[in-house]
Design a protein around this ligand. Structure first.
Ligand SMILES: [Cu+2]
Length: 108
């Protein structure tokens, strides 16, 4: 009977260890600044499950648009738009109103 408390402590330690491990794979949110000059950083590499948060710091409205319209987000000045990526791939996007603005998200 006197071993039961020890087993309890050991199993709690074990559970604690597991919680730490799952904490390491927590999805992240990565910020991309949108200005009237473009996206910064223009290219980001993220892991599957991560979210990009585009923050429009410019004075014009901008979009985050891919040719196939997988992405087609509009951000007004001071607005934040987000997308969580659940598939690997390279996503090249641009602004519909300013097609010279280009960015890339690589999901690995
Ligand atoms: Cu734009």
């Amino acid at each position: 009977m006197k071993y039961i408390p020890i087993l309890l402590v050991l199993s709690l330690l074990f559970l604690g260890g597991c919680a730490e491990k799952t904490g390491m794979v927590t999805a992240e949110t990565i910020k991309v600044e949108v200005s009237d000059a473009g996206y910064s950083p223009a290219e980001v590499t993220i892991n599957i499950g991560d979210t990009i948060s585009w923050v429009n710091m410019g004075t014009n409205a901008h979009t985050i648009t891919t040719k196939d319209r997988y992405l087609d987000l509009s951000a007004y000045p001071n607005q934040i738009v987000t997308k969580t990526f659940d598939k690997t791939g390279t996503y090249e996007y641009y602004c519909k109103m300013h097609p010279n603005m280009k960015g890339t998200v690589i999901v690995q």
